[in-house]
Ligand binder design. Structure first.
Ligand SMILES: NC(=O)C1=CN([C@@H]2O[C@H](COP(=O)(O)OP(=O)(O)OC[C@H]3O[C@@H](n4cnc5c(N)ncnc54)[C@H](OP(=O)(O)O)[C@@H]3O)[C@@H](O)[C@H]2O)C=CC1
Ligand SMILES: CC(C)(CO)C(=O)C(=O)O
Length: 309
């Protein structure tokens, strides 16, 4: 496959580096990372090990973006700009692995070429040309809205998602085409809504949410997310959202969540695309989401203060 990874920071470099074992991969990255990859290739270290030679560029041309698949791995707040750039080319499929509800933004520019994705692999950039896999997880891809599973995609499966998943597996990544991606997307949102902001505000590892009082806050945020999901026609029970939070807390107990990492490095967070998305959709559906609203407001206050400094 001809694959472009748009926004090759930590996650995109790791996934792109592994995909380059079997596919023609172009990484859209920043310098000096892009320059080092173009010169010396890309090293994946840690729990995965590879040295591959994907192409790398900071400024993709429309021809570069006319490919079989674009994987979007920018932070959620960069999705709109990424989508505008992607629309200058003609990719056959576009799939986001970003956290938060980003697919609607992509589809606004790229239409029904957009698939949804989620990743539970962990990745951190070591330096130019090198990325560390900090945890082997799983990637899911699929259609992002129930109505897109109808028609010729009978039975909820999506042939194009199956094709993407098979290409990932061929390169050695654990990837599944999920016939229930619309629901999974909201379940992942509940997990991120429950874990990310709480661990960022309290400055604790994910495992600290195994006990009260952090656990109770995370559960409230997850229940609110499930309620909003149901208002959008998705079948996500409160108990299922809470159980998903508990599972991820257990499985990633030692992790510093991505939002905690952002706050500790003084960077903008993805709170708008996570807790903010729950609040906005809840408001539109007449559902109050006080826990998500409080977390979005607190992190929003911190972000404004940081930007003004
Ligand atoms: N890292 C992880 O383990 C995981 C991350 N995720 C999710 O994946 C997404 C990416 O996370 P992560 O990889 O950690 O983030 P990073 O910030 O490391 O990577 C994103 C990269 O995209 C670059 N970028 C943004 N816009 C452009 C552009 N127009 N052209 C070229 N490069 C661009 C950014 O550069 P710059 O900063 O200079 O703008 C940055 O290097 C997030 O939504 C995150 O929540 C999900 C699961 C695991
Ligand atoms: C699953 C979890 C919570 C793992 O830390 C994550 O996605 C994140 O940190 O953004």
């Amino acid at each position: 496959m001809e694959i472009v990874v748009f926004g090759a920071g930590a996650l995109g470099s790791m996934v792109g580096g592994i995909l380059a074992r079997e596919h023609h991969v172009t990484l859209v990255a920043r310098d000096p990372h892009a320059r080092r990859i173009a010169g010396q290739g890309l090293r994946v270290v840690g729990e995965l090990d590879a040295h591959t030679r994907p192409r790398a560029t900071t400024a993709p041309t429309p021809e570069d973006l006319t490919c079989d698949l674009v994987l979007v791995t920018v932070k959620a707040y960069d999705t709109d700009e990424a989508a505008r750039t992607l629309a200058t080319g003609d990719p056959e499929l576009v799939c986001s692995l970003s956290n938060g509800l980003t697919e609607e933004t992509l589809a606004g520019h790229l239409g029904d070429r957009v698939l949804a994705g989620s990743a539970t692999y962990g990745a951190e950039l070591v330096g130019p040309g090198e990325v560390r896999c900090t945890g082997v997880g799983r990637i899911h891809v699929g259609e992002f809205a129930d109505e897109r599973l109808d028609g010729d995609e009978a039975g909820g499966a999506s042939r194009r998602a199956e094709r993407v998943a098979a290409a990932f597996r061929e390169a050695g990544l654990d990837c599944t085409a999920d016939p229930e991606m619309p629901r999974r997307r909201w379940e992942k949102l509940a997990v991120n809504a429950g874990i990310n902001a709480v661990t960022a505000l309290a400055r604790v590892p994910n495992g600290a949410l195994a006990d009260a009082p952090g656990r109770a806050v995370a559960h409230r945020a997850a229940r609110e997310t499930a309620r909003v999901a149901r208002s959008q026609g998705l079948d996500l029970a409160d108990d299922e959202a809470v159980a998903a939070v508990d599972t991820v807390v257990r499985e990633t107990a030692a992790n510093r969540s991505s939002m905690r990492q952002d706050v500790e490095s003084g960077s903008r967070t993805e709170v708008d695309a996570i807790n903010g998305a729950v609040v906005d959709r809840g408001t539109a559906a007449g559902i109050d989401t006080p826990t998500n609203r409080t977390m979005a407001d607190l992190l929003g206050t911190w972000e404004r203060e940081r930007i003004e400094e």
